[in-house]
Design a protein around this ligand. Structure first.
Ligand SMILES: Cc1ncc(COP(=O)(O)O)c(C=O)c1O
Length: 517
């Protein structure tokens, strides 16, 4: 193959924090924001409750609340009032409990977390320890309330802890939490997925997106009787060995492992191409017997990078021409950018699809599905083995079903699209007005931006973003009650629970932060 045509550097498990690792940044403490806090208060975002040990900061600190409201008088404020409001806010945003708990966690779990990116390594500062979530909001152990744009990394598309989902879960719990036997609930969710997702005629449930991608990988190899797969720089498909591939310049086809412990043999069959670059894919297809081309149909794991429609259509044609399967990893985009996922949105139908996040409604679920003739290779219908003790468990199925029912209601995706466009538009305008180089975008409830001139069409473009500036932006937004993904290389998510007022408050905070960084 022509090495120059293949992407030289492989991707990485950006979501798992590999990309972000080692980029810790120290922050000077900074003052909070007055108008933004005021907007948050008006929208209800700063009204915490004392449930579960958290403290309502407005209720407990009337002086702080008074200072905040007083400070919102905009241009007419005196310097003295502004100063006192800042001092009040410095007092208001406290992280003592978070820091204490995280310090203990670091002694108990590697890096103090159960998944790397949660540790805030790439933005610096200690992570916020959550106490509870509801709707569009997260509440931390210090009593701070945040408008949440992480949404537990995607699943919370109808808002956190939705009352209908919780009620259904309570009912289901009475009947048992795990069957390890067939249940009607699996049929219900399977039918919903099959009805919605164009490529899916049969589905297998798993417990996570990683597991779904592992099953999918074995399936495409079993079905085609070929071993090599092509993925894209900057696309993440879970933490299975074969997807953790790093390649130095010109050695993409060598499939060097990106993490210690990944054997060379596990990644030798993983080639890497450049996103939105059909030539890089065809060069690999010409030189190798490829089982499948696997991609995030909209990239969310190196920041938000949309595909061109021609790219997706071109992949459909190329894979058909070279006898490879086309796989959309819709763990993130499935039921998020449209009810039928990216394949419905762009009108390009892959052979196999992986899903997760939204279809579990906040409980651990993944799934892979595709054409009947392909899926019938999976055991026990066929010879390809894949299994799971808790797969398809009734609680996860219930949360998924109720979440999808809510998404089916008219106006769901219109709402997501409207508020997310307003959010990213407001952020980009505010940043540009303050003189920052910025580019970004959104599709339905998924968004992102980079601190660089655009366009960003692939991972190499994304790395031009000023990540130090992103880290400063992240912390200062956090201090103003806006919870964003703690890495430049992650997409953001909105939900049906986010209101126009939440978006206004977020843009108001962004304006202040852009002026300061
Ligand atoms: C596109 C994609 N595939 C796979 C995964 C892995 O899913 P999980 O974290 O549930 O294992 C993720 C996780 O973010 C993802 O975004």
């Amino acid at each position: 193959m022509k090495l120059g045509e293949a992407c030289a550097v492989a991707p990485l498990a950006v979501s798992s924090g590999l990309l972000a690792a080692g980029a810790a940044i120290a922050f000077a403490p900074s003052v909070g924001s007055t108008p933004a806090r005021h907007a948050l208060r008006s929208s209800g975002a700063a009204r915490g409750s004392a449930t579960g040990g958290t403290v309502d900061q407005a209720a407990c600190a009337p002086a702080v609340a008074a200072a905040l409201v007083g400070a919102a008088a905009g241009a007419r404020r005196s310097r003295r009032a502004r100063r006192s409001a800042r001092q009040a806010l410095q007092t208001a945003f406290k992280t003592d409990m978070s820091e204490k708990i995280f310090a203990e966690a670091q002694d108990l779990m590697p890096g103090g977390v159960s998944s790397p990116v949660r540790a805030f390594k790439s933005v610096g500062g200690a992570p916020i320890v959550f106490d509870r979530v509801k709707g569009a909001y997260a509440f931390d152990v210090d009593g701070n309330k945040y408008i949440d744009y992480v949404g537990t990394w995607g699943p919370a598309i109808i808002g956190h802890a939705d009352d209908v989902v919780l009620a259904a879960l309570k009912d289901q719990m009475e009947k048992g939490t795990s069957f390890g036997a067939p249940s009607t609930l699996e049929n219900v969710l399977a039918k919903m997925v099959i009805d919605a997702v164009p490529s899916v005629e049969m589905v297998r449930f798993t417990n996570s997106g990683t597991e779904a991608c592992m099953g999918m990988l074995r399936l495409v190899r079993a079905y085609t009787n070929r071993e090599t797969v092509i993925k894209f720089e900057g696309c993440y498909h879970g933490h299975a060995d074969s997807f953790l591939v790093q390649a130095g310049s010109g050695v993409a086809t060598l499939g060097l492992p990106d993490s210690p412990g990944v054997p060379k043999g596990a990644t030798a069959g993983t080639l890497c191409a450049q996103y939105n670059n059909l030539e890089s894919v065809e060069a690999l297809l010409k030189e190798n017997e490829v089982a499948a081309v696997i991609l995030e149909p909209v990239v969310g794991n190196s920041g938000f990078i949309p595909p061109t429609k021609e790219f997706l259509q071109g992949l459909r044609e190329l894979t058909t021409k070279y006898g490879a399967l086309l796989v959309f990893d819709e763990v993130m985009t499935g039921f998020r950018i449209a009810y039928g996922g990216a394949q419905a949105y762009f009108g390009v139908t892959p052979d196999v699809t992986t899903m997760g996040k939204v279809i579990g409604g906040g409980l651990p679920v993944g799934a892979y599905g595709g054409r009947r003739d392909i899926m019938e290779v999976v055991a026990p219908a066929g010879p390809m083995y894949q299994a799971g003790t808790l797969s398809g468990n009734p609680l996860a199925m219930t949360a998924g079903i109720e979440t999808m029912k809510r998404l089916q209601q008219p106006g769901s995706y219109e709402h997501l699209d409207k508020i997310t466009k307003k959010l990213i538009g407001g952020i980009l305008d505010a940043g540009k007005e303050a003189g920052h180089a910025l580019c970004g975008g959104s599709i339905s409830g998924m968004f992102g931006f980079f601190f660089c001139e655009g366009p960003v069409t692939c991972f190499a473009d994304a790395t031009k973003s000023d990540t130090d500036k992103f880290a400063r932006w992240h912390r200062k937004m956090l201090e103003r009650g806006i919870y964003l993904a703690p890495s430049q290389y992650e997409a953001g998510f909105t939900s049906l629970a986010h209101t126009e007022e939440d978006i206004d408050a977020t843009i108001a905070a962004a304006k202040e932060v852009f002026a300061e960084i």
